[in-house]
Design a protein around this ligand. Sequence first.
Ligand code: AMP
Ligand code: ZN
Ligand code: FE
Ligand code: FE
Length: 270
Amino acid sequence: MEFKADMHCHTYCSDGELSPMELLLKAKADGLQGLSITDHDTVEAYTEELQEAAKTLGIILCPGVEFSCQLGLESVHILGYAFDLNSIDLNNLCKKHKERRNQRNSRILKKLRSYQIVIELEELESRFPHGVIGRPHIALMMIEKGHVITIKEAFQRYLGEGRCCFDPGPVFTIDETLDVIHKAGGKAFLAHPQLIKRRKILKEVLKKDLDGIECYYGLFPRSESVRWIAITEEKQWLVSGGSDFHGHIKPYNRLGSSFVDRDTFQKILS
Ligand code: AMP
Ligand code: ZN
Ligand code: FE
Ligand code: FE
């Protein structure tokens, strides 16, 4: 069987649908041999129990995380791989992100209230008790309360960047994020470069001390990766790829829809 490792997916520790164990079992059922769970700003998925189960199932787990960063007006996601899960620096950054999100969620809910959309913070936290809460969770509650029909509508009308109820909250820079990933012995990759809207920002990001680029992403055809692979060759960086599987928040991103082969996986892990 062809070796496939999906290097980008989410569990309910951030805005994914499945528990870490359910995701691992799905990866096995879907024929993956390698996996990196990359929740937003948290590594809570990586329990001893999960790591033991991965060994039993014969799936190689690569420690992963997707950090939210800001550069100018653009939000940029940085994937960290193969770091020490016990790193104090990295766990501290996750903790700071949790505080950032708490502040930010309160501010977003306050703004929504002025549009007669009333969601209490306690309500949000008890509806999503497992981990890091972000805009997709707020969007789901807006659907449940009948204010919007889809997540897309919630982002387009209220929560998306620059929309009336958007609030970035306190932000972290790419440089400090890369520094933490490197201190933890890990490698830092630019996530989904296709989604960066401003050319100037992309140029700036590519000057950073990265180790690689997520060249294969989600539903983008493999031909789309050529441009990004050329940049990694020029810079002697590594290549990564993953689906960004979330479950119901992004139903179109199938687990394993983008992946890396054995050789690429080993380079990221080593
Ligand atoms: P947050 O972490 O709170 O900044 O939310 C980021 C998440 O929201 C990402 O995982 C995206 O998948 C999701 N997201 C961002 N923009 C949109 C959009 N326009 N429609 C649906 N989901 C989005
Ligand atoms: Zn997400
Ligand atoms: Fe992302
Ligand atoms: Fe993601």
